[in-house]
Design a protein around this ligand. Structure first.
Ligand code: ADE
Ligand code: ZN
Length: 375
């Protein structure tokens, strides 16, 4: 837990969250109650599904991205009705608001639902209802991003992209863009050129997970072959200094997920992420939760973990939050509102040091100990 005065500053910062999988906000207790209500049998041969507590304990022992994804896809099998999708997303928006999120660009995985026989209209009805409520009741603006699953054959991804319901949502502006997620190493960006080309022709925004587990080449190929204007994760960017320079010049936003990288064993500790290096080099990045119910931290937990690892200044945070706002996919007027909110917080904290007399690097050592139940 971070020191209270600093915590107040981090909480107050107007945040944009750009890397959150709505299906990754499904907590074990909710998972179990939906399984019962919807009559879904959970795996009997895995003791982790013995109780919500056992499942939560298993989440603290993920060994890799693929180990996590196994539970992530099993977990979402309990989502059946529009109301399930709505309450899942609205729970996330409520938590995000408490953490100071004012704008959220949220991912969902259409194929993970249609492949289990759930009509896309059910998924979209639920998520869009939650987004309307988030706007009306919480003042959070949102964008929805449809992610394609790279472990599935590219032809499946293309067929899913052409689905009537998705196309209608692209045309109607309810879905702002597409992303690429799931298992990374064996599924390079080159497999998805046609999909991203079609999305580009429709004028959709494009992003892709890259450099989470796989090397920096995946980041370069996402930019060059897929036309992405954003990179999800990108933690391995420093392996290619020329590419890093290009990303600085293009102002490409990386959506970093520090606690996720620790829990999925990309790094042992948040302090091993190149966050200081990115700030010093002028790389734009935002800080995000990825799958908060699985990794034990929402966005503010991630801000706190970064602060505790790097002892950043208010100026550093101004840079991070400004980059997140400028790299958002919302209208310029909304960005201007968010920038004014950031200026107001910075004016209030001007001249104050974030390092307390006790120092600020004690306490949390990694995402796992940051508490799977949140703060
Ligand atoms: N789907 C949900 N979370 C993911 C992650 N961290 N990486 C890739 N795909 C994901
Ligand atoms: Zn992700």
């Amino acid at each position: 837990m971070c020191k209270s005065s600093v915590h107040a500053f981090l909480q107050a910062l107007p945040k944009c969250e750009q890397h959150i999988h709505l299906e990754g906000a499904l907590h074990p207790k909710v998972l179990f109650s939906l399984a019962q209500r919807n009559n879904i049998a959970l795996p009997k041969d895995d003791p982790a599904f013995g109780s919500p507590e056992a499942l939560l304990a298993r989440y603290q022992r993920f060994t890799s991205l693929d180990d996590f994804l196994h539970y992530y896809y099993l977990g979402m099998s309990v989502l059946i009705n529009a109301a399930d999708f709505e309450s899942l997303a609205f729970d996330y928006f409520e938590h995000a608001q408490r953490d100071g999120v004012q704008h959220a660009e949220v991912f969902f995985d259409p194929q993970a639902h249609t492949s289990r026989g759930i009509d896309l209209s059910v998924v979209l009805q639920g998520f869009n209802a939650a987004r309307d409520r988030a706007h009306r009741e919480l003042g959070i603006s949102t964008e929805l991003i449809a992610c394609f699953l790279r472990h599935l054959p590219p032809a499946d991804c293309l067929a899913s992209f052409e689905h009537d319901q998705l196309q209608a949502s692209f045309m109607g502006g309810q879905i702002a863009g597409i992303g690429l997620d799931s298992s990374e190493k064996d599924f390079p960006p080159s497999l998805f050129e046609e999909l991203f080309h079609r999305a580009g022709k429709l004028g959709l925004k494009r992003t892709a997970h890259a450099g989470e587990e796989a090397p920096a080449d995946f980041i370069r190929d996402s930019l060059d072959l897929l036309g992405t204007t954003r990179i999800d994760h990108g933690r391995r960017l420093p392996e290619d200094p020329a590419l890093m320079q290009r990303i600085v010049e293009q102002k490409t936003l990386l959506t970093l997920c520090p606690i996720s990288n620790v829990v999925l064993r990309g790094v042992e500790h948040v302090s091993q992420l190149p966050i200081r290096q990115f700030i010093d080099a002028g790389v734009r990045f935002s800080i995000n939760s990825d799958d908060p119910a699985y990794f034990g931290g929402y966005i503010l937990d991630n801000y706190c973990a970064v602060q505790e690892a790097f002892g950043l200044s208010t100026k550093d945070w101004d840079w991070i939050c400004r980059g997140a706002i400028e790299g958002s996919w919302c209208r310029q007027e909304r960005k201007d509102e968010l920038l004014r909110a950031l200026d107001a917080v910075m004016a209030e904290w001007e001249g104050k040091s974030l390092v307390t007399s006790n120092g600020f690097t004690n306490g949390v050592t990694n995402g796992v100990t940051n508490g799977v139940n949140g703060h």
